[in-house]
Design a binder for this molecule. Structure first.
Ligand SMILES: Cc1cc2nc3c(=O)[nH]c(=O)nc-3n(C[C@H](O)[C@H](O)[C@H](O)COP(=O)(O)OP(=O)(O)OC[C@H]3O[C@@H](n4cnc5c(N)ncnc54)[C@H](O)[C@@H]3O)c2cc1C
Ligand code: FES
Length: 326
């Protein structure tokens, strides 16, 4: 029997990595037939994963490779922040440009346990940037890298509700960015503006990175910037007053910020769509280690690196307080 219950759309479905080893093990996130059930109850609208499995000779496709990315420079904004500029090979550039993309990065000469999930900040041609908050062993080791970075990927489930961002056109979006969430916000803003949307970015105060390091980049992609001053109550009131002006709000920050914004949306503007950075602890990224397990409203347990669900479906975020004041 499968360890997780129910199915949901897998972020890798239809990609060059599907079907993966989970299909072989009867643990596919999306396909009930590959979980050994008799009936298909999947909600994937692309090419049937079970058929892909049969066409592949009942064998998983090769897993994600590891690349050596030439390291062009490391900019240290402070002792808690490093921005890495690397060269990206042509084959990987298109895949990491997708909204929600991230790589597992580690310095050369380290073991696999140093792999650190890091979201794309931006990419121009074959040059990409990643911003990293230096917090513990893996990120401290990354900051000491020289020559090349080892990168496994591409991975795509860095955002809950990513399909809402991918499908947004000619709309008004607000990005609320906090701390290191500013880096991935640059990529989200650029992608949304590329899709014909207008983007406003509001910064919420952060103790760990108490400065804005992406102002030039955001202005460069055409986003408008709004500082949110004041403490918790005042900042929440400012956000509550703004939210109704937007079709979508994206939270790029900690889960506490996600919860606060979801509550404000429900109170002030229920029609506004919501998306949020996926802050799960990820080790393998391939649905195997189980480190990223989350409960969802429709599945008892699933893998946050694979399951493509909207933020309000993640039980992690549905704390009691959230539903009490609904
Ligand atoms: C999809 C995704 C994208 C991310 N993008 C970025 C980014 O662009 N920039 C950035 O600075 N950070 C990002 N992170 C978080 C980053 O991976 C962690 O801060 C890093 O792994 C911490 O490792 P450490 O050994 O330095 O610190 P530790 O002391 O081990 O941990 C410090 C904090 O980081 C969390 N953490 C530790 N290991 C992981 C892990 N494997 N996965 C996720 N969180 C972990 C811990 O729960 C703790 O809260 C991202 C995480 C995910 C899941
Ligand atoms: S990170 Fe290993 S199962 Fe998701």
């Amino acid at each position: 029997m499968s360890s997780s219950q129910g199915t949901c759309v897998c972020i890798d479905a239809g990609s060059q990595f599907c079907p993966c080893v989970l299909a072989d093990l009867g643990e596919c996130v999306a396909c009930s037939l590959l979980k050994g059930e008799d009936l298909c109850d999947c909600s994937w609208s692309g090419v049937c994963i079970y058929s892909e499995w049969l066409w592949a000779g009942r064998r998983p496709l090769p897993p994600r490779p590891e690349f050596e990315l030439p390291l062009i420079q490391i900019d240290s904004g402070s002792n808690t922040l490093a921005v890495f500029t690397v060269e990206i090979p042509g084959g990987l550039a298109g895949d990491v440009s997708a909204i929600g993309a991230f790589l597992f990065l580690r310095p050369p000469g380290t073991r696999q346990c140093f792999n650190t999930p890091v979201s794309l900040m931006d990419i121009h041609g074959c040059r990409a940037r990643f911003s990293v908050q230096i917090v513990g062993p893996k990120t401290k080791a990354l900051a000491r890298s020289s020559g090349v970075l080892l990168a496994r990927g591409p991975y795509w489930n860095g955002i809950w509700g990513v399909q809402r961002l991918r499908n947004l056109r000619d709309s008004r979006a607000l990005i609320v960015a906090k701390g290191i969430g500013q880096g991935p916000a640059v990529h989200v803003a650029g992608s949304l503006i590329g899709g014909g949307n207008s983007v406003t970015v509001a910064f919420t105060p952060s103790e760990s990175i108490p400065f804005v390091f992406v102002e030039k980049d955001l202005r460069g992609v055409g986003a408008s910037l709004v500082p949110l001053d004041g403490g918790g109550g005042e900042m929440e009131r400012s956000l509550a007053g703004m939210i109704g002006d937007f079709d979508l709000v994206h939270s790029s920050g900690p889960d506490t910020q996600h919860r606060m914004i979801m509550r404000l949306i429900r109170q002030a503007s229920p029609r506004t769509k919501f998306t949020a950075s996926n802050n799960s602890v990820m080790c393998c990224g391939d649905g195997v280690c189980g480190g990223c397990g989350v409960s969802t409203k429709t599945n008892h347990w699933t893998r946050a690196c694979k399951a493509s669900v909207n933020p309000e479906q993640v039980s992690l975020l549905n704390e009691e307080e959230l539903w009490h004041d609904a």
